[in-house]
Ligand binder design. Structure first.
Ligand code: PEP
Length: 251
């Protein structure tokens, strides 16, 4: 049985006081009966303060990025071990903003996934097609390649710690959401690709979440699709009321 996961990616938003204001507002709303796993992914600068505030709560902490290297002379980078030491359980890998703005290719993403896993983190591995690729009928091929190359060399045991996030690039931060049926079709295709890379049991047990302009209005229909195991939320996670409404859509 896959537990639903709702993750809020704050991107490069929120100072430390703003971060604390947001999580206090969210914690006032959330109660222990929440059936979903909730993950907050603030900027690096807020991780320590947010971790301190979350201590003892069921909300988990994640980071937006990690280095593919483990330590040493790599100015400006942050290692998986450092993320673990500040209290992170999750880390985003392969987000389209990292792929497009920072030229992260499948080889680096594969290295980051391996490093994250070997350092004890649970990766949220993002895949998704551009609008041009969708228009050209290449969606499943593009995502299949991202999965093959990104997961290359990972064991079924390591897959037990992996969440896949399907994020069509054209839907991220644009207000254009994929239709629930389109999302279900791609999530099914991802599960089938995982079945061919691993055993069907591994594919069945892997969480596949959706991201791309998720809001309180569209989340109930997206989250009710059989292969949708939660959401990766950007913009709407910056407001406690909206993020809470998305979490509340989980039954
Ligand atoms: C994201 O950044 O992963 C995301 C899905 O953003 P938004 O919800 O704003 O589209």
């Amino acid at each position: 049985m896959r537990k639903m996961l709702i993750a809020g990616n704050w991107k490069m938003n929120k100072t430390i006081p703003e971060s604390l204001e947001l999580i206090h507002a969210l914690m006032r709303k959330l109660d222990s009966s929440c059936p979903a796993e909730v993950v907050l992914i603030p900027p690096f600068t807020s991780l320590f303060s947010v971790a301190e505030t979350l201590r003892g709560s069921s909300i988990q902490l994640g980071a937006q990025n990690l280095s593919h290297l483990t330590e040493g002379a790599v100015t400006g980078e942050i290692s998986g071990t450092q993320l673990i030491s500040v209290g992170c359980r999750y880390v985003l890998v392969g987000h389209s903003e990292r792929r497009n703005l920072f030229q992260e290719d499948d080889a680096v993403i594969n290295q980051k996934l391996k490093t994250a896993l070997s350092e004890g983190l649970h990766p949220i591995f993002c895949v998704g097609e551009s609008w041009q690729e969708r228009e050209a009928g290449k969606t499943k091929g593009v995502i299949g390649n991202q999965l093959k190359r990104g997961l290359d060399g990972l064991t079924p045991m390591e897959m037990g710690k992996m969440t896949i996030a399907y994020e069509p690039v054209w839907a991220i931060g644009t207000g254009k959401t994929a239709q629930p049926e389109q999302v279900q079709e791609i999530h099914e295709a991802i599960r089938s690709e995982l079945s061919s890379q691993y055993e069907p049991e591994t594919a069945k047990a892997t969480r596949i979440i959706y991201g791309g302009s998720v809001t309180p209005d569209n989340s109930p229909s997206l989250m009710s699709q059989p292969d949708v195991d939660g959401a990766l939320v950007g913009g709407a996670s910056l407001d406690a009321g909206s993020f809470y409404a998305i979490i509340s859509a989980i039954k």
